[in-house]
Design a protein around this ligand. Sequence first.
Ligand SMILES: Cc1cc2nc3c(=O)[nH]c(=O)nc-3n(C[C@H](O)[C@H](O)[C@H](O)COP(=O)(O)OP(=O)(O)OC[C@H]3O[C@@H](n4cnc5c(N)ncnc54)[C@H](O)[C@@H]3O)c2cc1C
Length: 248
Amino acid sequence: MAILHKPQVVLIGWTDFRQPEEYAWQTDTARAGEKLIEFAGRMCYQSWNNPSGRTNRQYIENLLRQGHLSVLEHAQASFAISGISRSCSHELVRHRHFSFSQMSQRYVAEDEANFIEPEVIASDPEAHAIFMQAVEASAEAYRRLNQLLERRLASHPDRLERRKLARQAARAVLPNATETRLVMSGNFRAWRHFLRLRGSRHAEAEIRTLALEIYRQLLELSPAAFGDFEEVEGEDGVIELRTPNPAE
Ligand SMILES: Cc1cc2nc3c(=O)[nH]c(=O)nc-3n(C[C@H](O)[C@H](O)[C@H](O)COP(=O)(O)OP(=O)(O)OC[C@H]3O[C@@H](n4cnc5c(N)ncnc54)[C@H](O)[C@@H]3O)c2cc1C
């Protein structure tokens, strides 16, 4: 059992783009997602010549200012996320334009589960002691229930099904702090909306930390599509994401 304090976020997938020979169009970015967004935008008005000489970045910045955000839906990014709590993942899955694949607590045993400790608890020795006592008791109760239920179900002919039945019941005593792992995929428009809501100072601390990390990696992937966000540190040390553009 480990106590974790920071999410791990790895960008594992993103959009590719194939330059179509049929269109006499060129752009100045090497990034596939940004090419795809500009190509899709130019499809709307068949504006392949670029008479104003706009760079790709200027083109996408204009889309952002205009709120022409459906064009951003063509570019995608996927992240492998671990070291987050079940309460954080519950907040993540409220975002309906993403795809999720999350570690199953019915198939995967949680005997060696890790737990996420909120910073405000970790930094207070008395709160930390209460937290540790609670997660250790939950982990112990889980292990005992799991073993007991497997014994009770010993006559069940299917070993895998028996384990699943025991684990799905025993998990009832695991706390919100239990670590989960998942893959989260979405398009740039959905990510922008997510960053605006969950990068805000009003968001809960764990998901805000996660949103900040995701933002930093999205910014590397596409400075044009995410460069209008900025990290702003408040007097209380809270870092939040802000953008002057529409992010719905
Ligand atoms: C600070 C904060 C506090 C919160 N507190 C609570 C709480 O106490 N209780 C609680 O239950 N939730 C809470 N939430 C979650 C919140 O209510 C949303 O479920 C979550 O933020 C997802 O936002 P969304 O619905 O805009 O996003 P998404 O599901 O990502 O959807 C994006 C956008 O698509 C459109 N859309 C999606 N689905 C529909 C639809 N069915 N019909 C019409 N338009 C749609 C909307 O414009 C929506 O904004 C909180 C969120 C935040 C950021």
